[in-house]
Design a protein around this ligand. Structure first.
Ligand SMILES: [Zn+2]
Length: 358
């Protein structure tokens, strides 16, 4: 038996979440540098500056992360004087900006704090950066042992973000439950993995309970209880689950057919540019359920998807059964389904696609 430690990022949520910045950040030093997206920094700037004023903390600079999360973009940031001399990094924005700031923090061995400005993914709380190549294609997953030192979720900023992010986030988040629980089926789970697998249930339940109202509130720009529950699930719960079920990288229960389905479709020309990841993954879960013989559950989720306007048919994501046949071999070969309770076949995938169409 080896020793191991589990470290899970803590969070503050609410309309005044940034007011807690001094309390959590001062222990890491005095100088912070903000790295983020343009829109995210514009949305957060005033609140960040107000939070540090008179606290003994200072924000040395606001830096744009770059166009994409690449090793080159992270390196350019690492070479900036204000980043090299900072005691801590504030990662502000959606997935890519936060992932890039995390990479720079990792390389420079500086603590980072995350400030998600949209509720669409778990980049703010996960210990993983998804890195792309300069040409926009996928490059690498970079895993960290430690995530953010603290996450600050300002629900007023999130409520004012475009609702398509939350919309896609809902599909990606309920997928976490179905994919993780299927990947872990029949396994003997260590403590932290069991916690992660059981916690994943909240990724579904909270979406079913609060997702529809949260979307309405996001459309209206209102920071409500439902929106807060949805944002916490998308940003925090999903990140905690993904950390816990992949803590030892020899066995990772993240991922499954829904993600493999999305990545395989991205090989079709123009698909990735015109579709939101979480929306397609949300439909991919219906495929997962049909393949797994869970017709009742599939029907329940289809009804939910209809209520929140997520796709329930292939045509709604602009593909046909023929297209699925073209990419079926990619789905089976995808690393997301490397650890699966049974062997996936082309026929299973095509049967599921046909059943969903009929
Ligand atoms: Zn995803």
């Amino acid at each position: 038996m080896e020793n191991y430690s589990i470290i899970i990022p803590s969070y503050t949520v609410g309309p005044g979440a940034y007011k807690e910045i001094p309390k959590y950040c001062k222990r890491c030093g005095r100088r912070a540098v903000v790295i983020g997206g343009h829109k995210a920094m514009a949305a957060a700037r005033e609140k960040l500056l107000a939070a540090v004023e008179g606290s003994g903390l200072e924000i040395a600079d606001f830096l744009w992360y770059g166009r994409d999360c690449t090793f080159e973009a992270a390196k350019a940031l690492e070479e900036q004087e204000s980043v090299r001399t900072a005691d801590m990094i504030f990662a502000v924005g959606g997935g890519k900006a936060v992932d890039t700031a995390k990479l720079a923090a990792l390389h420079l061995e500086k603590p980072y704090f995350s400030f998600p400005t949209i509720a669409s993914n778990c980049a703010a709380s996960s210990s993983l950066s998804i890195v792309y190549k300069e040409d926009g294609s996928f490059c690498d997953f970079v895993h960290f042992l430690e995530g953010a030192h603290h996450i600050f979720i300002d629900t007023e900023i999130i409520a004012k973000a475009p609702d398509q992010y939350l919309w896609a986030g809902i599909g990606d988040t309920y997928a976490k439950y179905y994919e993780v629980s299927l990947s872990a089926r029949g396994e003997r789970l260590e403590h932290f993995k069991a916690v992660g697998v059981n916690l994943s249930r909240m990724c579904l339940d909270t979406m079913l309970q609060h997702g529809e109202q949260a979307l309405k509130d996001n459309k209206a720009g209102v920071s409500s209880y439902d929106l807060e529950q949805a944002a916490l699930t998308i940003i925090v719960t999903t990140g905690w689950v993904s950390m816990l079920v992949a803590r030892d990288h020899t066995m990772d229960y993240n991922g499954g057919v829904a993600h493999a389905f999305f990545y395989a479709l991205c090989s079709l020309p123009g698909f990735e540019e015109t579709h939101l990841h979480g929306v397609v993954v949300g439909f991919g879960v219906l495929m997962l359920l049909m393949i797994d013989g869970q017709e009742k559950e599939c029907k329940m989720l289809r009804d939910f998807n209809k209520r929140v306007n997520l796709p329930v048919s292939l045509s709604e994501i602009g593909v046909t059964v023929k297209d699925v046949a073209k990419v079926a071999d990619r789905i089976i070969a995808d690393e997301d389904v490397e650890h699966y309770p049974y062997r996936l076949t082309r026929d299973m995938i095509l049967d599921a696609a046909r059943q969903l169409e009929s």
